[in-house]
Design a protein around this ligand. Structure first.
Ligand code: ADP
Ligand code: TYD
Length: 220
């Protein structure tokens, strides 16, 4: 099923393969610890897709929903909640995000690129000590991504990038938690849930690696 628009003088020749989710569009997720380069790579990937005239939606979690805003308040240290509750809030935000944003866009044949998804809950709330089966259970409604990448950067380098960027760190940016989340992410790679990309290389090299794998899901 083509998801492309006609360009002025020629037909764009990228077509999405039938996606694993059974929906028309293609769902791509970018994961990693804070400072790994997710936002940079999400933006670059979306630019490349748009340059091919592919309808692309860029989104992120936590979302801008009321629950997402509540989560951001918690992360900024304005509220103290038990980690099990934080896992539920992220799952609730995700339900809204999937229901109102991700699924409709995929049904219309768009390519959706999300900066974080439920793997973040497994890594971070898992790192906070919440049972991983419980996290998977409360996220079991999810639309499975067609491609989910882990931008893998060791926590020390990622932290240095963050410190260069801003002074005030969020609750989840605690050093010990980042290390735990990093280890869980690596387990998710071993289990085949995430595709590992070396995040220590240059921004351009990482972007090219991601692009190669994304175009592998598209037919020329
Ligand atoms: P995240 O969204 O994962 O927290 P960002 O994309 O915001 O990460 O990147 C954090 C900082 O690191 C930014 O200043 C960004 O320019 C820089 N950065 C991103 N990727 C790389 C890279 N491969 N090498 C060096 N610095 C990078
Ligand atoms: P992030 O996307 O890094 O936001 P920002 O770019 O504003 O820093 O997300 C904020 C934090 O939320 C990040 O440290 C990871 C954490 N997080 C979880 O703990 N669980 C989740 O399910 C998600 C989506 C994010």
């Amino acid at each position: 099923m083509p998801t492309t628009k006609s360009a002025k003088n020629h037909e764009i020749s990228l077509y999405t393969k039938s996606s694993d989710s059974g929906l028309k569009g293609l769902f791509i997720v970018i994961e990693g610890i804070d400072g790994s380069g997710k936002t940079t790579q999400t933006k670059l990937l979306a630019e490349k897709l748009k340059r091919q005239n592919l309808n692309t939606l860029v989104t992120a979690e936590p979302s801008d929903s009321p629950v997402g805003k509540h989560i951001k308040d918690i992360l900024n240290g304005n509220l103290n909640v038990p980690p099990q509750m934080l896992a539920l809030l992220f799952a609730a935000d995700r339900i809204e995000h999937v229901y109102f944003t991700i699924k409709p866009a995929l049904e219309q044949g768009n390519i959706v690129v999300s900066d974080r998804y439920y793997y973040s809950s497994i890594a971070y709330q898992g790192g906070m000590g919440v049972d991983q089966n419980y996290i998977r259970c409360i996220n079991s409604f999810v639309v499975k991504p067609d491609l989910a990448f882990l931008i893998s950067v060791d926590p020390l380098s990622a932290r240095k990038r963050l410190k260069d960027q801003r002074k005030q760190l969020q609750l989840t940016e605690d050093e010990e938690l980042q290390l735990k989340a990093f280890k869980i992410y690596e387990e998710l790679v071993k289990q085949g849930d995430l595709i590992e990309i070396d995040g220590n290389s240059s921004i351009e090299e990482i972007s090219n690696s991601i692009w190669e794998l994304v175009t592998g899901k598209l037919i020329k």
